[in-house]
Design a protein around this ligand. Structure first.
Ligand code: HEM
Length: 159
């Protein structure tokens, strides 16, 4: 028996609209994403561990922030507008380890808590960040140590 793979364009648009409506019902709107990205990277740039890594690589902050907003709209609303390769970009940053991702997530969760006091809203966004951080760290670890790196993200903090 084969699965029905006839997903129409209309189904995709319906699923996208439903995802956006669900996020918006929790207050996770385009404006929320914009504020999240601005405030999060404001913190990151001040951070003693992570700030210098970004400073070395990003010269056009407004463009990076716009790119990250489109990334998060794609993740949270399925907007389909982001085209990039986060995995290879992070593998290219030599020396990234678990403690960098832990710090990154700590700032991300702290920023979310300043923008919302709704646990469900915070979790919607935080869980995606945690999953992506895990997969980036896992990709980096597998590149270094092979398949034994596949549990690399197990100690990363949850919100
Ligand atoms: C250890 C923590 C992290 C550091 C130091 C870091 C650093 C960076 C830097 C320097 C860039 C710019 C790379 C370039 O344009 O050459 C970048 C891009 C990016 N980062 Fe991170 N990052 C971290 C974690 C994360 C996490 C957890 C996420 C997602 C949840 C993320 C998502 C992205 C995305 C989407 C891009 C754009 C990739 C592209 O242009 O294709 N990063 N990051």
């Amino acid at each position: 028996m084969t699965a029905n793979v006839n997903v129409s364009r209309a189904d995709v648009l319906d699923a996208r609209a439903a995802k956006l409506a669900h996020a918006e019902s929790l207050g996770v709107t385009e404006q929320f994403v914009s504020q999240l990205v601005d405030e999060f990277y404001g913190r990151i740039r001040e951070d003693d561990l992570l700030g210098p890594i970004f400073a070395e690589r990003i010269s056009e902050w407004p463009a990076h922030l716009e790119r990250m907003k489109s990334f998060w709209r794609s993740v949270l609303f399925n907007s389909g507008e982001f085209a990039g390769n986060p995995m290879s970009k992070h593998i290219e940053i030599t020396g990234l380890e678990e403690h960098h991702f832990t710090r990154w997530l700590d700032h991300f969760y702290a920023t979310l808590r300043t923008l919302s006091n709704q646990p469900e809203s915070i979790r919607l966004v935080a869980d995606r960040a945690r999953a992506i951080a895990d997969s980036l760290l896992t990709g980096i670890a597998i590149g270094k140590t092979g398949i034994s790196g596949s549990t690399a993200g197990r100690n990363l903090p949850h919100v």
